[in-house]
Design a protein around this ligand. Structure first.
Ligand code: ADP
Length: 491
């Protein structure tokens, strides 16, 4: 790797240790090896970062023309591309995410900066027809300082997905990466500086959720919080953000239904069903963790899945032939094990998997076998709670209404998928499913130009697309009286 590791916080254009002098350890979950000791930021560091972001917002950043801002963002995209191989390996080592996935992540990360770089001068308001002698226009204004709090599953993509649209809309940013995966966000800060982003425009404060994260969510100098993570923490952030009525985007958990009808292309559906729940060890909020299968094909489809599961290669994430890497930590592995216990205790039938994998994988890593539970009812814990592990819950349905009932029997509403060859059904079902994104005859496709967001307790606000940047703006309406119409009473 030629990129140098950054382990200090990046505040106001400078690399700074935490004010407390404290550090925390970050690991390679694929091997258990220590990667680095990183500055453990807390309230004081967050205060400094927010103050720097405010100065940059009031100063140089607002003085840069939108088109020039776009050029800067596209320069960041170029630098991400130039360092893609190293950054992919860094995320693979820090997140346990297979290199075959992080290589794609890097394409996406650069595309995100390119896409939003192209939007800086296109966030137009409207001129609204009003009575003669008046005008009414709307302006998309930046919030000011955005606090971004991100999870560990796709570290660099998450950092870019917050930073790029926020910057494109004219905000400055304080980013807190997840404590498990702080490294690539720090490299991103370095690339932003190299691209010419003024000091203070993007600040990165690594640290824990309860300390640095909570301090950022509460800080009254922050105008908007963009958060991706668990619904539980999303709730805390909502409360913390209420102090100064911050803007808020929440991308939270999911328990996505993946509905397979008997008339579907079952080979395609099986591939999709396995990919969605087992890639990255199921540590993806959009994972289709509830497989809802038409009863007439239930047994045959399960057979197909089990046969294919035997061909999934699990192992060292940086091996390019590996499909599935490691869980993020020992705690996560124990959490997944405890869900398997609940699944069994509540009457689930374990079809395959069910425990840690120790054969032919690095001894210090946290590997879990792809696990399938059948005979699952919607009330069972494994059908209700987000496990964030490679555990598939299979439910059988009879008829379209039953499929919808099961699909919507969740508090979440992030994504869903439907597999059918019936064109009418393919058009009907997405409208009846409560989810922010519905795929038909495909699954887990994302594109920088296509908005995505949660319904229900999966959150609110959109990421990606033009909507993703608009979410970092507030609409201002300006009325003008240019005919000198009299105002108020003729007193
Ligand atoms: P996950 O389950 O994916 O780890 P979390 O919701 O626990 O998701 O964490 C997502 C992000 O939220 C991380 O950056 C974490 O440090 C941060 N976080 C955790 N707790 C809090 C909190 N109380 N306030 C603010 N941020 C937090």
């Amino acid at each position: 790797m030629t990129l140098s590791l950054r382990t200090n916080a990046f505040i106001d254009g400078a690399w700074t240790p935490a004010a407390s002098g404290m550090t925390f350890r970050t690991y390679n979950p694929g091997t258990g090896e220590v990667l680095a000791d990183v500055a453990a930021c807390d309230r004081e560091d967050v205060n400094l970062a927010v103050a720097a972001a405010r100065r940059a917002f009031d100063g140089p950043w607002s003085a840069i023309a939108p088109t020039a801002r776009g050029t800067l963002l596209r320069q960041i995209a170029s630098l991400i591309r130039a360092n893609a191989a190293d950054l992919a390996l860094l995320d693979t080592r820090n997140a346990g995410r297979p290199i075959r996935d992080t290589r794609n992540d890097l394409v996406r990360a650069a595309d995100i900066f390119d896409f939003y770089g192209g939007l800086t001068d296109k966030l137009r308001g409207a001129t609204i027809p009003v009575p003669p002698g008046y005008s009414a226009i709307t302006i998309h204004e930046p919030y000011g300082v955005v606090g971004a709090i991100i999870p560990w599953n796709l570290p660099l993509v998450m950092a870019c997905l917050k930073a790029a649209p926020a910057l494109a809309a004219g905000n400055t940013v304080v980013l807190k990466p997840a404590e498990q995966t702080p490294l690539s966000a720090l490299v991103l800060a370095e690339l932003c500086q190299e691209a010419g982003l003024p000091d203070g425009v993007l600040n990165v404060v690594p640290g824990f959720g309860e300390t640095a994260g909570a301090a950022l969510a509460e800080n009254t100098g922050v105008d908007k919080i963009a958060f991706t993570g668990s619904t539980e923490v999303g709730r805390l952030i909502m409360q913390a953000a209420s102090g100064n009525i911050k803007g808020l985007t929440l991308e939270l958990g999911g328990k996505a239904p993946n509905i397979v009808f008997a008339d579907a292309d079952l080979e395609m559906a099986a591939r999709g069903a396995l990919f969605t729940v087992f890639h990255h060890q199921g540590q993806v909020c959009a994972a289709g963790t509830r497989l809802i299968v038409e009863r007439s094909i239930h047994d045959a489809f399960l057979g197909l899945l089990v046969e294919k599961i035997g061909r999934i290669k699990i192992g060292l994430p940086e091996d390019p032939s590996v499909h599935v890497g490691a869980l993020i930590s020992r705690e996560q592995l124990e959490r997944v094990e405890s869900y398997v216990g609940k699944g069994l205790a509540e009457g689930g039938r374990l079809v395959t998997g069910g425990g840690a994998l120790r054969d032919k994988v690095p001894a210090g890593g946290h590997y879990f076998r792809p696990t399938v539970f059948a005979d699952i009812a919607p009330e069972m814990t494994v059908a209700r709670e987000e496990i964030f592990g490679p555990v598939l819950s299979v439910l059988a349905f009879d008829g379209e209404d039953d499929a919808i009932r099961l699909a919507n029997s969740t508090l979440y509403g992030l994504t869903a998928a439907v597999w059918t060859r019936d064109a009418g059904r393919a058009a009907r079902l997405p409208r009846r499913i409560r989810a922010g994104t519905v795929w038909t005859n495909m699954i887990n496709m994302m594109n920088v130009a296509v908005p995505a967001g949660g319904h229900g307790q999966s959150g609110f606000g959109n990421e990606y697309g033009i909507e993703g940047a608009e979410g970092y703006t507030r609409l201002k309406t300006v009325w003008t009286n240019f005919a000198e119409h009299p105002v108020g009473w003729a007193l």
